[in-house]
Design a protein around this ligand. Sequence first.
Ligand SMILES: [Zn+2]
Length: 474
Amino acid sequence: MYVKKKYRRLLDLTNQQFIIPNSFQKFIEEKEKLHNLVIKSKNNQCWCTYCSNEFTSKIRVNNVVKCPNCKQKLLVKSDRLTKYSFKDNLQLLDKIEYTFVLRTFELYSSYDGSKMKHSITEFMRTFIEDGEANDFVSNNVSNHMGYMYVQHYSNNKGWHGRNHRWAYRDVTGMVSPYNIKSLLKNTDLKYSQLDKFIAKTDYIDFIYYFNLAHYPIFEMLVKMKLYNLIRDASKFYGGKNFQEIFGLPKTYYPFMKKHNINYEQLKVLRLLKKEDIRLINKLVGFHNLEELSRYVDLETAYYKVLRKNKYHEHEYLDYLEMAVMLGYDIKDKKILYPINLMEEHDKLTNLIQEIEDEANDRLIKERLKELNKISYQDKNYVLFPANSVASLFYESKILNHCVKTYAKRYSLGKTTILFLRDKADREKPLVTVEVKDNKIIQARAKNNANPSDEQWKFLEKWKKKVLDKQLLSV
Ligand SMILES: [Zn+2]
């Protein structure tokens, strides 16, 4: 694959100059330590693949036990196990000339029934420049069913551009923190505290945080040990003091630090203003808290309503808005925190619908004084304006179309609905007609079918004789 000249040169330089620093070797060894097992045989005999210590323990297979010798907490497996493996991505930040390069390695450890073997292979180099990342992978990388697969026992024959069809676009890893500070010396990130942040994290998308580290808030959040807020550092818009930055008085800081709260939790804390991490975590999943908090106390709302109506928070908000619209006393706790939310919600919905229908009916009655003038009949058919909301619903039901949704527009005079019916059977819906700006916009029979030729002829005759001569606008 074609590689830009600039990167070709830099890649060649990395091949000449890059080494594995001692600090990264130390990092690898730390992670290798975790890639071990405790093998259990009969009579509770246990054996640690890391330090070879033998000990007895009643711990069951597939649980974790602490080796009494090396103090590693390790997964327990049966001695019948013949194959087990661990994989982790380890990353090393490096630099060539003035360009930062993130080097990604796979640590692969395999147990074959007798011992644990570790292998480390560098398979990707990512050049980071001006917020952009360019990945280059080695021939060790192959595509296995859409997933990246790293082959460990073949030589690196060079680097080529990343194939975007493959699924390893979001390679994350554990980044070695040991060399970051010295690498950032004399760069614009020298005060960013990125090294301290890296030391506190596990798997991350390093490029994302490397870019974030340019925000001044990054340094502050690390110093404050609010590590989990850093993912959303770009959502803080500055501010001169704690209150302005976090939207809370500074008295909340020890609580925020103790629970290392994230941005979702912070948003809830801002509304709740209560140091109750359990309740905060319960509320994090809800989406309408800010709107709800205008009406209710969130703690009471959670325990009395939201807890048992997890998927109906929107209906709760809807219910509260309707209660306000209907003039209910929203200081009354029985109104604010209904025992049966959905029942109350439906009750108010119907009530509002009835009120709306009544209002629409009054407006339609008013319109009819004019609209009755365009009623028409010949020897077969009659045509007359819809005379109520209920008549629209009936028309919709019998003809199986959606004219009932026109009630409001019709009552407000934004459009006009007429019913065409057989003269011999005036009660039975046949064709519904919409008129706007003195034109027939649509005419629909049952199931939205077109009217018959005969019915169209009648409508055309009506238009010519009545509608075109009307001075009123309908
Ligand atoms: Zn051990």
